[in-house]
Design a protein around this ligand. Structure first.
Ligand code: NAD
Ligand code: ZN
Length: 359
């Protein structure tokens, strides 16, 4: 299955398949044979599991750059090490990169690709559910000690190839993390789909067909938004639903301790509470959603590790903050997102409310 992505800077396809990596990569043959070097970026966990399978099915000569697993690859040190590796390999503007891994590998590799010699092509080969979000749309980033994803670019890939066979080895925590972004795509677009997701048996034990269907659905929601607003001046902000409070939690814990999706799920409960005030979301729906999060073992209780002031400091560093006021994505109703400036005192009230509901 192919989902076309159209943005002003580039159009490309997201391919979703199963066990067909080799075939799918071959569809780019003409493009790839014109490159002087092909470099695959991956992380140590993915490479430990898939080195043999990947090497067998990757149909072109390549060199590999292996990074630490997870958020640890989105650092200035890894960025510099990657650039050094490319220079040592004598890469040129005719070289290209593949990002084989989760969102962290994708974000780092995208950033490297967008800046090496002012930009070389990249194809994303996502290996996590979460990466149905991160591999599509062209946001690249590394972290700074003062904030997550603070340094980055908009840079669209040449293509995205999702082989869901790679998802089989995902630990439960990573399934949970990825499904949070699927749920986010449903919350901002489609009540019926959201109800279906909320009725799934706990822990998201999905068969292959369902997995493909949900990835496709999420990618179509994202594709539709980035086609209208590639660089986040307007509607693309809606994709940040749950991320203001979520990123604050993620940063407060120290990147990587709480997964991105776990943090975002808690952030979505927070955003729903705020939406009660500005939209038609009912308290009973927010409670039902919180219960859904708890049943799927999202660690909502982790909020208690920090007080409001600590979290608010991180929220203020959010890229969506303007003139010291926070801009939240809220829902008028399910599928109807909008942005709203929120004062510090409203943030604090909502934080208190969340803590009371969780207790
Ligand atoms: P990740 O890349 O950190 O991967 C999570 C963990 O799973 C890592 O330890 C990794 O080694 C391991 N892993 C990856 N694939 C595996 C597999 N198939 N089997 C077993 N283990 C595997 O995390 P992620 O959740 O994919 O991505 C999170 C990152 O994505 C965050 O940094 C977030 O900021 C970013 N993100 C970016 C965008 C964007 O638009 N660019 C959107 C959403 C999230
Ligand atoms: Zn996210």
């Amino acid at each position: 299955m192919k989902i076309p992505i159209h943005t002003p800077s580039r159009s490309y396809n997201v391919h979703i398949g199963q066990g067909d990596l080799e075939e799918a990569i071959k569809t780019y043959q003409q493009f790839i044979v014109e490159r002087d070097k092909v470099i695959v970026f991956t992380d140590e966990n993915v490479w430990r599991i898939y080195k043999d399978a990947f090497t067998k099915s990757f149909p072109f000569p390549f060199s590999v750059f292996v990074m630490p697993g997870g958020e640890a690859c989105k650092t200035f040190e890894q960025y510099l090490a990657a650039q050094t590796f490319l220079l040592e390999q004598k890469c040129t503007r005719k070289s290209m990169l593949f990002a084989f891994g989760g969102g962290a590998v994708g974000d780092l590799t995208g950033f490297v690709a967008s800046t090496f010699m002012r930009g070389i092509p990249i194809i994303q080969l996502p290996t996590t559910i979460l990466a149905h979000d991160s591999a599509v749309g062209g946001k690249t980033a590394i972290n700074h000690a003062l904030g997550k994803n603070m340094i980055g670019t908009f840079y669209q890939p040449e293509g995205v190839i999702f082989d869901i066979e790679f998802l089989k080895s995902l630990p439960a925590q990573e399934v949970r993390s990825g499904m949070a972004e699927v749920v986010k795509h449903a919350l901002i677009s489609d009540m019926v789909w959201l109800q279906e997701l909320m009725e799934l048996p706990p822990m998201f034990n999905l068969d292959d067909e369902k997995t493909m269907g949900y990835l496709e659905h999420g990618i179509r929601v994202k594709a539709n938004i980035v086609a209208q607003d590639e660089e986040e001046h307007g509607v693309r902000k809606f994709l940040n639903f749950g991320h203001t409070y979520g990123h604050a939690l993620e940063a407060a814990f120290g990147f990587g301790k709480l997964t991105h999706g776990e943090a975002v799920m808690i952030g979505m409960v927070y955003a729903l509470l705020l939406s009660e005030k500005y939209g038609q979301i009912s308290r009973s729906f927010t409670k039902e959603f919180l219960l859904f999060a708890i049943c799927n073992k999202y660690p909502v209780e982790s909020v208690a590790n920090f007080n409001f002031d600590e979290l608010f400091e991180f929220m203020q560093k959010d890229k969506k903050a303007e003139d010291g006021e926070l801009q939240f994505v809220l829902l008028k109703d399910i599928g109807k997102p909008f942005t709203q400036r929120i004062s510090r005192s409203e943030c604090q009230e909502t934080d208190l409310l969340l803590r009371e509901l969780i207790e």
